[in-house]
Design a protein around this ligand. Structure first.
Ligand code: HEC
Length: 135
């Protein structure tokens, strides 16, 4: 390989490494800036429409669930959980354990799994929210 070609290769390598470094920096920053799942009972300021509308009487914990719902479930189950691509979640007759399994493991070909995304307190908050949806 000629010296010129080698120099150009080195330059290219430097650009690639810089790009990777930048990407890593930006993604770790995005990770750090992600809202931490807060402990149960700690209010989370929310700009979400559902959470804001539902806020007065469902309690802080369920409101956190409503917020999680809006961000993760609403595009299938409807903004108001009355159903869209997925079924309405009003008046669910399933146990907490069953709902937990559905959300954590998903439903093959129908609903994604959220096991790696949600912690226990997130699931509890989601269920608290779902329990406010009475027919
Ligand atoms: C990609 C679309 C999609 C997303 C996202 C989604 N779901 Fe579903 N969900 C479905 C579908 C479709 C079904 C019905 C599957 C079936 O009946 O076999 C379902 C079923 C359910 C059920 C069972 C309802 C019943 O009456 O049996 C629950 C509970 C549920 N989803 C909760 C959630 C929650 C909570 C979230 C967000 C964390 C969520 N889903 C996100 C599509 C989705």
């Amino acid at each position: 390989m000629s010296i010129g070609a080698r120099a150009r290769l080195n330059e290219l390598l430097l650009i690639v490494i810089t790009a990777i470094g930048l990407f890593a920096m930006v993604s770790s920053l995005a990770f750090v800036l992600q809202p931490e799942p807060s402990a149960p009972g700690l209010p989370e300021p929310s700009t979400n429409v559902i959470a804001a509308v539902a806020a007065p009487d469902i309690g802080e914990f369920a409101r956190k669930g409503a917020d999680l719902f809006a961000r993760n479930c609403a595009h299938c189950h409807g903004d108001d959980a009355r159903g869209d691509e997925g079924p309405s979640l009003y008046g669910l007759r399933k146990s907490d354990a069953r709902i937990t399994t559905i959300v954590m493991e998903g439903i093959k070909g129908e609903m994604p799994k959220f096991g790696s995304k949600f912690g226990d307190s997130d699931i509890q908050a989601l269920i608290a929210y779902l329990r406010t949806l009475k027919e």
